[in-house]
Design a protein around this ligand. Structure first.
Ligand SMILES: Nc1ncnc2c1ncn2[C@@H]1O[C@H](COP(=O)(O)OP(=O)(O)OP(=O)(O)O)[C@@H](O)[C@H]1O
Ligand SMILES: [Mg+2]
Length: 282
């Protein structure tokens, strides 16, 4: 089945209309890159990318393997230094800032599950995130009362991601899909304004994919999400805007209908593998 025909706004994904139709102003753009470029010893992995992410949107970054999606995320969180170009957050040039400064501004990337502590309980993992957010304000979290407040907040977050029933479970024992949900809860603990998710449904079975899709929709209500996603069913049902990268450059952008009808996009994917996009990452 060609990937573009898969699961367009089907089932539970059907209700929420995309958020657009406002005229674009500076205040609407939470994140912008201008001519963002990164070369590795002469190989240009990201090349002159101009990206605009609107506040409140769920924005997908898609493209064939090796297109530069993860490199983009590494540049945005300053895990890589751009060769040239600019990154603006809330209109402020953050290109030269350190990763910790960028995180403090509210740009938080959800890391792979290796970043959760396997031998802590589910609730303790969320608490670590909450404590990280409080940073050096040790006085706050050392008192009994504030510890209780942390537990209450942790449980709220666990409830939001559907993990409250296994709060006391040791994390290592969770099935894969629930570990990814925990990863999202620990990211939410940092209260991001802009959440970066790199393939949140990767390696998941059908049921977990729907659960995590619903979860992203819910947590995106009062924040902005930029996500790399290979599953076109998820992108079609969830995302307000899509940027397609190919060989480090923007190939196409717009809403799902625009992008999926773009002959360059169809060719880019059809030219890649027989299984096309949906199968690219299992
Ligand atoms: N540290 C590095 N050194 C050299 N080349 C790199 C490095 N990181 C990425 N690349 C190259 O840059 C290109 C883009 O890689 P990137 O990981 O950003 O792609 P991607 O779009 O995330 O792909 P995938 O869908 O497979 O995750 C690839 O050709 C990759 O080999
Ligand atoms: Mg990648």
């Amino acid at each position: 089945m060609p990937f573009w025909t898969s699961a367009r706004r089907s089932g539970a994904m059907a209700e929420t209309p995309p958020m657009h139709a406002r005229s674009e102003s500076l205040a609407d753009i939470i994140l912008e890159t201008r001519g963002l470029t990164r070369a590795f010893k002469g190989f240009v992995a990201v090349s002159g990318v101009n990206l605009k992410v609107r506040r409140g949107h769920i924005h997908a970054l898609i493209g064939p393997n090796g297109a530069g999606k993860t490199t983009m995320f590494n540049l945005l969180t300053r895990f890589l230094i751009p060769t040239s170009g600019q990154i603006l957050y809330e209109g402020i040039d953050i290109t030269g800032e350190r990763p910790a400064e960028i995180a403090r501004r509210g740009i938080i990337r959800s890391f792979q599950i290796s970043a959760v502590f396997p031998h802590l309980s589910v609730r303790e993992n969320v608490r670590v995130g909450l404590q990280r957010r409080l940073g050096n304000s040790f006085h706050f979290w050392r008192s009994e009362r504030s510890l209780g407040a942390l537990d209450a907040r942790a449980d709220e977050l666990l409830d939001a991601v559907g993990l409250l029933d296994c709060a006391a479970e040791t994390t290592v024992n969770l099935p894969y899909g629930r570990k990814r949900a925990l990863e999202i809860a620990t990211t939410l603990a940092l209260d991001p304004a802009l959440m970066l998710l790199d393939e949140p449904t990767q390696g998941m079975g059908h049921e977990d994919v729907s659960r995590v899709t619903e979860l992203i929709r819910r947590v995106a209500k009062d924040r902005t999400v930029l996500m790399v996603e290979h599953n076109m069913g998820v992108v079609a049902g969830l995302c307000d805007a899509i940027t397609v990268l190919q060989r480090g450059q923007v190939l196409s952008e717009g809403d799902y209908d625009t992008v999926s009808a773009d002959p360059r996009v169809i060719e880019a994917y059809m030219g890649s593998t027989d299984t096309a996009l949906a199968g690219a990452h299992g």
